[in-house]
Design a protein around this ligand. Structure first.
Ligand SMILES: [Zn+2]
Length: 101
């Protein structure tokens, strides 16, 4: 049911618009400063700034926006995990990380 609700946001032109906004956000000083810290927002790992990728916390395909509140600097392992895992499994992964730190 929840998926159906989100799917109503999922029209292609809106996703294209959000992808364009993401590209602009990636070039912003705000994002560069965030990456300069070299810390993954998910697992807290220290990585080289260029190793950090922009991740949408709520994916664009789920109606997420390319806004400051919805993007995170993620290391490659976290980014790969997030793509591979179901949203539920990703939540479990994050909880596990928090419990360990
Ligand atoms: Zn990470």
């Amino acid at each position: 049911m929840i998926n159906n609700l989100f799917d109503s946001y999922g029209d292609d032109s809106e996703i294209r618009r959000q992808r364009h906004l993401a590209r602009e956000l990636r070039h912003s000083q705000w994002w560069k400063r965030r990456c300069a810290k070299g810390i993954c927002q998910y697992c807290g790992a220290r990585v080289a700034p260029r190793e950090l990728t922009m991740d949408h916390i709520v994916p664009l395909s789920r109606g997420g926006k390319s806004a400051k509140g919805n993007v995170a600097a993620a290391c490659k392992p976290c980014n790969t995990h997030k793509k591979q895992l179901l949203p539920m499994e990703w939540e479990t992964y994050l909880e596990k990380i928090k419990a360990e730190t």
